[in-house]
Design a protein around this ligand. Structure first.
Ligand SMILES: NC(=O)c1ccc[n+]([C@@H]2O[C@H](COP(=O)([O-])OP(=O)(O)OC[C@H]3O[C@@H](n4cnc5c(N)ncnc54)[C@H](O)[C@@H]3O)[C@@H](O)[C@H]2O)c1
Length: 263
């Protein structure tokens, strides 16, 4: 699929990977609809893209709310007349070990709360499910050529303190295979699915963490540095432009493997 003149919807577009993708796709000639819960940041990025003279619109959207996502897809079609690329970037972390005992007493003093568990499942799993489903409904009903790109993570292989997050990312890594098979079984030939599993990417989600911990993370990356948002974007471009990429999850990690399995 050509990026020029395509219509791209990006969730989580106000920051990090989503923001970089919105700017890059718009610069390549896509008509971009940016969606995020953070209205202020969303408007800021939209204004910056408009200032470059590129086609962009934005909509405040909570990916956990199916009406909100349904309205988002309809908004893209009403505004730009199609729906072709859907990049599901909205995601959160709420890290905690399952249980942490007190060093002196040996009794459990902290644990991952049900709220921490559910928030991550709601946004990273149910939110992406709703996003892909609503996009696929529109692409099928209108016969738009489409490509769905959910964002997994290299921590799909396991990471300490991320029982919730890693569970969502492992699940998403399976979806392209399942959906490619389902679409094939139902005679849907106009939609491809390919996920990206980034390693540690230089975004606010990461650069805001304790510099000491960040140093340890970087020391474990064979590439010797964090992945850049541009490198995720060039993978998005590869997926969109190469029609043989379907039913797969591409790792872009600088060589790192999930620590939970490595240690
Ligand atoms: N940064 C990394 O190192 C890294 C690595 C692997 C995977 N990822 C994944 O990539 C995706 C983007 O990460 P990022 O680093 O750009 O994060 P980020 O925190 O910079 O951006 C995430 C965006 O999602 C938005 N968001 C959160 N909840 C939402 C909701 N319910 N509805 C709509 N928008 C919502 C936030 O407002 C924010 O703008 C996430 O799924 C993340 O898990 C990131």
């Amino acid at each position: 699929m050509q990026i020029n003149n395509s219509v791209a919807v990006i969730t989580g577009a106000a920051s990090g990977i989503g923001e970089a993708a919105a700017k890059a796709l718009a610069a390549m000639g896509a008509k971009v609809v940016m969606a995020d819960m953070d209205a202020v940041k969303l408007q800021g990025v939209t204004t910056a893209i408009e200032a470059e003279g590129n086609s962009v619109a934005c909509k405040v959207c909570d990916v956990t709310d199916e009406n909100s996502v349904r309205e988002l897809m309809q908004f893209a079609i009403d505004r730009f007349g199609s729906l072709n690329i859907v990049l599901a970037c909205a995601g959160i972390i709420r890290d905690s070990f399952l249980i942490t005992p007190d060093r002196e007493t040996g009794k459990v003093k902290k644990f991952m709360s049900t709220g921490q568990w559910k928030q991550v499942i709601d946004v990273n799993l149910t939110g992406v499910f709703i996003t892909l489903r609503e996009a696929a409904i529109q692409m099928t009903n209108h016969r738009f050529p489409g490509v769905l790109i959910p964002i997994s993570s290299i921590n799909k292989s396991g990471e300490l303190g991320q029982l919730n997050y890693a569970s969502t990312k492992a699940a998403i890594a399976l979806w392209p295979k399942i959906l490619a098979g389902e679409f094939h079984a139902r005679g849907i030939t106009n939609i491809r699915v390919a996920a990206i599993a980034p390693g540690y990417v230089e975004t606010p989600m990461l650069t805001s963490i304790d510099p000491e911990i960040l140093g340890k993370i970087v020391a474990d990356i064979p590439l010797g540095r964090l992945v850049k948002t541009d490198e995720i974007m060039s993978t998005v471009r590869f997926i969109v432009e190469n029609e043989a990429v379907h039913g797969t999850t591409l790792e872009v990690s600088g060589g790192i493997i999930g620590k939970g399995l490595a240690k």
